[in-house]
Ligand binder design. Structure first.
Ligand SMILES: Nc1ncnc2c1ncn2[C@@H]1O[C@H](COP(=O)(O)OP(=O)(O)OP(=O)(O)O)[C@@H](O)[C@H]1O
Ligand SMILES: [Mg+2]
Length: 313
């Protein structure tokens, strides 16, 4: 298996709880909280671990919350490399209202990462010996938005394959530098080409245009319950998952990226890797809250997709 590292510039501790009903002014009695490590790349590394693989999670962490984040990662057996920061790692709050069955997600602004700290992260990425680099998630305040472009330069230098899963300017700047694989959803694909929205029909054309500019080798556009579409220079393939009873789509995108890259690192081709990735994304939706995919659900869905021939053009 090739060495995979994930990069998360804006990690968090996700604190989840539930309340009887959301009401202003009153003291709200919360159920015992659950703490989980969070942030794009961190979730991808956790999902890879759950799927029986190994990925090194690289991220900045500071203060008491940073120590706690490292402890939570260690409890899950995820290998990590945390660069110490002066600022405290942020904590997000997820509250489930039992009276309405609605979930509220309170996201804190990211914690500042100083220039010497993010430069250290870049140096460590360069020296990591990675064959796959998954750079995923948002950027904290003050971080230059071409940082994923810098990682693209490093990936080229160390001959690693770079996968970028982010949004806005940070995504645009990474694409300008050239990456191996992109995994945008429809919204991210639209903003990448400066449009308000793109239709399902125009996905192939836009993706081909980006690939034609030599900005990446392949694009997997994730389409929620419609699965995903793989576009390369020579082919277009759609994978549709079985219909499932969805509980929460939180973490679906990260589980999908984990499935795709783990499969590639194990020698599968892109088509099959995408199919496994879709199984992982859909498996994540079977769980409540922030929970990622479970391997037993992934295997069931993947088998089902193989027997029903979920590949379509
Ligand atoms: N409602 C759903 N039913 C079945 N599968 C789903 C559903 N939503 C997401 N998925 C699965 O998860 C994959 C990724 O989902 P999606 O397209 O929502 O990614 P995303 O927008 O990047 O998600 P995230 O919010 O986690 O970043 C899909 O390709 C699909 O396999
Ligand atoms: Mg996503």
């Amino acid at each position: 298996m090739s060495k995979i590292i994930t990069v998360t510039f804006n990690p968090t501790i996700d604190k989840s709880t539930s309340i009887a009903a959301l009401m202003p002014e009153k003291k709200l009695k919360c159920a015992a909280p659950r703490f989980e490590p969070g942030g794009g790349g961190i979730n991808v590394a956790r999902a890879i671990k759950k799927l029986g693989g190994e990925a090194l999670a690289v991220y900045p962490a500071g203060g008491y919350s940073g120590k706690f984040l490292n402890e939570l990662m260690a409890r899950e057996g995820v290998t990590m490399h945390a660069v110490p920061t002066k600022s405290h790692t942020r904590e997000n709050l997820i509250v489930f209202d039992r009276s309405t069955s609605l979930q509220y997600r309170f996201g804190m602004p990211g914690s500042e990462v100083l220039e010497e700290e993010w430069r250290q992260l870049l140096t460590d990425i360069e020296n990591s010996g990675a064959e796959y680099i998954i750079a995923s998630g948002s950027l904290p305040p003050g971080m230059p938005d071409d940082i994923f472009g810098w990682i693209a330069d490093i990936a080229r230098k160390i001959k690693a394959k770079l996968i970028v899963d982010t949004s806005g300017e940070a995504l645009k700047k990474a694409v300008d530098k050239g990456v191996f694989l992109l995994k945008p959803n429809l919204g991210e694909l639209s903003s990448l080409v400066g449009k308000e929205e793109v239709s399902h029909e125009s996905v192939d054309e836009i993706a081909k245009e980006i690939i034609g500019r030599d900005c990446c080798q392949a694009i997997i556009v994730s389409l929620g319950s419609a699965g995903a579409r793989l576009i390369t220079k020579d082919e277009v393939i759609q994978v549709i998952p079985p219909v499932v009873k969805r509980l929460s789509t939180v973490g679906a995108g990260d589980s999908m990226v984990a499935g795709v890259i783990l499969s590639l690192s194990r020698g599968m081709d892109l088509k099959e890797a995408m199919k496994y990735g879709v199984a992982c994304g859909t498996a994540a939706t079977l769980n409540p809250g922030t929970e990622l995919c479970k391997p037993e659900d992934v295997e069931k869905l993947y088998k089902l997709m193989s027997t029903t021939g979920a590949h379509q053009q």
